[in-house]
Design a protein around this ligand. Sequence first.
Ligand SMILES: [Zn+2]
Length: 567
Amino acid sequence: MSIALYRTYRPGQLSEVIGQDHVVTALTRAIENNRIHHAYLFTGPRGCGKTSSARILARSLNCEEGPTANPCGVCNSCISLAPNGSGNLDVEELDAASNSGVDDVRDLREKAIYAPASSRFRFMIIDEAHQLSAKAIDAFLKMVEEPPAHLKFVFATTEPDKMPNTLRSRTHQFNFRLVSTRTIAGHLQEICAKENIKAQPAALMMLAEAAAGSVRDGLSLLGQAIAGSSEAGLQTDEVAAVLGLTPRHLVNASISALVADDGPQLFTIIDQVVDAGYEPRRFASDLLQRVRDLLLLEVAKDQAKALIVVPEEELTQMAADAKLIGAARLSRAADLITSGIAQLKGATAPRLQLELLAARLLLATNNEGIAGIEQRIALLEKGTKPQVVSAEPAKPAAAPPKLSTITSPQKTKVEKVTVPVPPKRASTTKTSEPESEALPVADLAKLKALWPGILETLKQESRVAWTTFSESIPLSVSDGVIAVAISDMRVLEFAQGSNHEEKLRTAIREVTKSDGVIALIAASDQTLGRESIKSNQGAKINDETIEEIDGLALLERELGARPLTDK
Ligand SMILES: [Zn+2]
């Protein structure tokens, strides 16, 4: 049984219109001061109360006790014009979308001439007025320009820009707005109280959010949720099911897995999501929503609680999770999920995409990986300060962070992913050192001075490589790592996916007779802690390699996944 709440709770007078206070106040004053215009234009998104308000205006002006903003509700006019009343002959409603023909217009004009049958005013409410034909507009223009005293017009439209100016300029315009989630939730709460239905505030917030600013949609969704609810009333999980959202416990568990860096657990959850038939893209969106909530909690602390739609009892846990993951990693996770959602659109293998997304999330929220990157960035930043840059090669005591290079099975394969690890782990990981005999580059000032010559040498080798680095500058030199800054993100991305930095390295070796691993960084982004450092070593990266590193290999290497073989 579905309860048509939006019919039961339609407003019958201005004070009952939800979330349009500016319109209600202005119209109420106009009625009280007897300054009613003869033609109104109500604009705004669908479902926010334009047509209801037009009917209420007619009811207010035609009440036998009126005109009044508080129609008596008992006179003939009030009864017939009540929200679920029979209507009356003096209030005409025209849907411009379906009747904008010449005959309909002629019909209306004839009706307009006559005085109202039983009311003070004759009303014409024209819905979707932007769809009126040119002929219909002309007819209305004449009526609006020289209106009989008994005639009132309300044009309602979602697209006022499509209304001809000639007509618009002769109306009083009121702009209806989308109603805030909080206002809709409050309204739903009142209705639940009247209907004697228990409801978790968070469940109502979820419904209000799904209503996207439309009170009517909110009531319609509430009706569906009530129809499907148990004795306990409206619960978040049931509402999530009605709205087609992923159950909260799956989203909660995903976050817990990320916090605990628990790969197997996260993949088990994805298994459950796919097996239970939940839409993978929906799951990713819900996860993004949660990451957004956590980010807000971490950044805005207590103030964020007003902006977050979750059960009160989960807030403490969420705040703790947010603190553990940290704003930088949450922001990175949000980026990854956003691009993951884009990739899931129309994906032929959504499960695979979801698993790849999970793998990337685990890497991005993994403490060790991030700590390593942060440490490297800190070192690079230190290197930019002149007094710290040493003229001598770095001493071993400086404990440089080692690059642990993931080796691929075939020698021709090239590494796309290089994960820096903290020094304490250096002894257990394979380290990659510049393979040449040349001494590491140590003097930043000297390198900068030689940079034009290096670029010139590069130009002889490859014009494309030269173009890539023509705007670059060496930013720091530290422990055999040369940080090269590129400000244009597109160029940076291109460079990171190419073998040109190896060519640059060769040119550096040629000109300076010293060597260094090149780390490309975004010039303006370096302090943000983003993953702007990538060290590509090797000769060639082709599409096949990238695909393999991004996909199966990433899962295998980082999470110990094993491919399932066909039986
Ligand atoms: Zn009345």
